[in-house]
Design a protein around this ligand. Structure first.
Ligand code: FAD
Length: 432
């Protein structure tokens, strides 16, 4: 299975590695094995470890790592981190507050109020969350790829049939194979660990579930490719206000630009795959978007690192299986507007950990899986409608022009949409 994200030119400098990174699992058996240390996985590992669970968090890349992302954390995400007791730690990262989103299209500008948002670089945010998980008691193993193994009798029964029979005995464990190290093959170490529950938080490509055919994702027609670039900068390099998110919109796609707390320009784009091919290189594609939108790109873009993703918009066949829950981008992907992607991943972690713990104490059953899927549907999938609509608007020039006109005539509609994507979902009811 393809990596979900690859650098398409060179490497970049990153902050230091989280402390207490282990080199191999300290035991064979865990309560939780969490695969993938993005926001979903590292927060879930933290929440579970804080409850006294034995947690192993594995991450394929060496940490800290870069990530294609606009780095905008909306107020829902912040509220959930605050509820998890992480508000002070987040503030200690010195995130940049945002007050407005400026859309720029063919030289025209539309500024939308975006109060309460924060910008924080993903390498530092994710590394901090991992450190919090480790301090809460989780083991962290990076440069390690996790794959969930099929249940022993999966050849005879489907995963859901197995779940039904397991609820009678409740003795099954989930096994995960871990591959640490890199080529040559002789340097790769393999371990198999067991878990009472596995959380698959490994992002778009669903690589942790490649051995379980019942979990697959369907890429939407016309799905865009993500591009990201990070390079040193100062406010003087651009016409952009430091507390503003600038979104350059063009027929090739759109590119968001922010200055992060560590004085880096962070560019994150969703581009049409045919336009990308026509442009000849990802860097040219970013330049073209800026040019068409009438935005002068910041100094430093020409030598920037550009990373690319696999096609973005997709749906996953199911969100849960026997002792297995999917969180964050593994459940599917809708292009975020500003800050929803991480908020949905954080929401999923907040739902998954207490439900999994209840499933472990009462005996795992299909009810736990259905309950998880139901909550993800209500608190994440339903909320994605607004972003899906906005993403369609950004790809249709006529709709975009009407939106530019409408937003200035009907500011209340714009405010309602922004409030809607930022609020805590009403259905985030407590888990008994
Ligand atoms: C262009 C673009 C702009 C975006 N802008 C924003 C924004 O401004 N705000 C926002 O909130 N969201 C934004 N998003 C979305 C956001 O980045 C994601 O929704 C969010 O990162 C999902 O978090 P996650 O934890 O599910 O996955 P990820 O953050 O992708 O983390 C998954 C981790 O799993 C690891 N992994 C993968 N496979 C394995 C394996 N088999 N074993 C072990 N580890 C594995 C990966 O290396 C990775 O570290 C943007 C996305 C794109 C593409």
């Amino acid at each position: 299975m393809a990596d979900s994200e690859v650098p398409v030119n060179s490497e970049t400098d990153l902050p230091t590695r989280p402390e207490s990174t282990v080199r191999q699992p300290c035991r064979d058996h865990y309560d939780f094995v969490v695969i993938g240390a993005g926001v979903a996985g590292s927060l879930a590992a933290y929440l579970a470890a804080r409850q006294g669970m034995r947690v192993l968090l594995v991450e394929r890349q060496r940490f800290p790592r870069a990530k294609v992302c606009g780095c905008c954390l909306n107020s829902r995400a912040q509220q959930l981190l605050q509820q998890a007791g992480l508000a002070d730690g987040l503030q200690a990262l010195s995130p940049v507050p945002t007050s407005a989103l400026r859309l720029q299209y063919r030289g025209r500008s539309l500024s939308l109020p975006m109060p309460g948002g924060l910008v924080v670089s993903r390498s530092r945010l994710d590394a901090w969350l991992v450190t919090e998980a480790v301090q809460a008691g989780a083991e962290f193993l990076d440069e390690t790829t996790g794959k969930v193994l099929p249940l022993p009798d999966a050849g005879r029964k489907s995963d859901s049939e197995t779940a039904e029979s397991e609820s009678e005995t409740d003795c099954a464990l989930r096994h995960v194979t871990l591959n640490s190290g890199t080529a040559p093959a002789a340097a790769v170490r393999e371990h198999v660990v067991s878990a009472r529950v596995v959380l698959a938080c490994d992002g778009l490509a669903l690589s942790s579930l490649s051995l379980l055919p019942e979990f697959h994702s369907e890429v939407s027609a016309g799905a865009r490719i993500g591009l990201g670039a990070t390079f040193p900068g100062t406010p003087k390099d651009s016409q952009q206000h430091p507390n503003e998110i600038l979104m350059a919109v063009a027929s090739q796609g759109y590119c968001g630009m922010v200055l992060t707390e560590d004085q880096q320009w962070n560019l994150a784009a969703a581009v049409d795959s045919r336009s990308l091919q026509r442009c000849g290189s990802p860097l040219n594609c970013l330049r073209d978007i800026f040019h068409s939108a009438g935005v002068v790109p910041p100094l430093g873009l020409d030598t920037a690192v550009v990373r690319g993703t696999i096609p973005l918009t997709r749906r996953t066949s199911r969100y849960a299986g026997t002792r297995l829950l999917l969180l964050g981008d593994t459940t599917g992907y809708v292009e975020p507007f500003t800050g929803e992607g991480m908020a949905w991943a954080i929401t999923a972690a907040t739902i998954a950990v207490p439900l999994a713990m209840r499933g472990l104490s009462l005996g795992w059953s299909r009810d736990a899986e259905h309950e998880y899927s139901r909550r993800i549907q209500r608190c994440v999938m339903r909320e994605q409608g607004v972003c899906r609509a906005l993403s369609s608007i950004l790809s249709h020039p006529l709709l975009l022009r009407l939106t530019f006109a409408g937003a200035s005539l009907l500011p209340a509609v714009t405010r309602t949409l922004i409030t809607r994507v930022n609020r805590l979902p009403r259905q985030l009811e407590p888990i008994e």
